[in-house]
Design a protein around this ligand. Structure first.
Ligand code: COA
Length: 291
């Protein structure tokens, strides 16, 4: 039986184009990948935005592109989410430019494939610092403005830690921390008018997660590997963000929204198991994506 909806509709085909008119988005990691498309979708509904990242050249180029594509204003602010002061400066730049912040996407993340045995203490710490501590730092820097606007947070997490996933201990620990943090944020700030939710994307086509961090096995898996008949695309994740920031989600907080077409229910280890842990040398070429 053929599956009907194999192409993700754009959020502007579903939601009114002006639902975020006058709103301001602050997004870490917004210069590329999934987060950039989330920013674009939210701007297409009328918001202005600041995108934050470590590489100002790439950010500035992305900000110009997003402004042109959407007709709204996007500014670039350089900050490493591990540095609270740099984040505060990025927030100050946003307030100076737009006067408010309504929505925050905590999207900055770091990842690589490595076993516990094969990664250094600093490697583990680096990912936890970017993903978990970076989320905390972003919330600390933006919270007063979200209280003022009765705004909302979205944290970009993962499904990797919903099961044990070999070679992803650092990311699993970091993202589990993000999920837990978001729930506490929802409870502490809900009475002050703030919502906090997590989006957990599964495999998404055209992203670094697929091109650099997946094996050929996952990349070449046919559409039948996915319960909804296709791998996810960035628009699927962007549409979830539009929904969660919209008034349609005004009673949704403290939740993890998995955007994976049901894939987590059928996911198996993408590295051969237990070969990957018993003989790491034998899977090295797969980890580099050279298969
Ligand atoms: N395997 C094992 N360890 C690795 C690694 C890998 N593939 N990549 C980085 N590390 C280790 C480094 O060796 C270092 O540890 P050490 O000091 O003990 O040698 C530690 O992680 C920090 O790496 P470094 O490159 O100095 O840190 P960074 O802050 O510049 O960047 C990352 C860290 C994780 C963000 C880096 O991998 C990166 O830039 N990735 C690309 C962006 C990205 O991951 N995006 C997310 C896509 S989902």
């Amino acid at each position: 039986m053929p599956i009907k909806h194999v192409v993700a509709p754009s959020s502007v085909d579903v939601f009114k184009p002006d639902i975020f008119q006058g709103k301001v988005l602050f997004c870490t990691g917004g210069g590329s990948g999934i987060c950039k498309v989330m920013v674009e979708a939210i701007m297409r509904h009328g918001a202005n935005a600041t995108i934050v990242g470590r590489k100002l050249d790439r950010l500035t180029e992305a900000a110009n592109e997003l402004s042109q594509l959407t007709g709204q204003t996007c500014v670039a602010a350089r900050a490493d989410v591990r540095d609270p002061q740099q984040l505060k400066e990025a927030v100050a730049k946003t307030i100076e430019r737009f006067g408010r912040i309504d929505f925050v996407i905590c999207g900055a993340a770091g990842n690589f494939l490595a076993s516990i045995d094969g990664m250094s203490e600093n490697a583990f710490k680096t990912v936890v610092e970017i993903d978990t501590l970076g989320t905390f730092n972003t919330v600390k820097a933006t919270l007063p403005y979200l209280r003022a606007s009765h705004g909302a947070y979205i944290h970009v997490s993962s499904t990797l830690h919903h099961k044990g996933t070999p070679y992803q201990a650092h990311v699993s620990a970091a993202k589990a921390g993000v999920d837990a943090f978001s729930a506490v944020l929802a409870l502490e700030e809900g009475p002050k008018g703030i919502r906090s939710n997590v989006i957990a994307p599964g495999p998404i086509a055209g992203t670094e997660g697929i091109s650099r961090l997946s094996t050929q096995m996952l990349r070449s898996a046919g559409s039948s590997a996915y319960p909804l008949g296709r791998m996810g695309n960035v628009q699927d994740v962007a549409s979830a963000a539009v929904f969660l920031f919209s008034d349609a989600a005004s009673y949704i907080t403290g939740q993890v929204l998995v955007v994976d077409g049901g894939f987590e229910h059928v996911r198996v280890s993408q590295l051969p198991y237990p070969q990957a842990v018993l003989d790491p040398e034998s899977v090295k070429s797969m980890i580099k994506g050279k298969l």
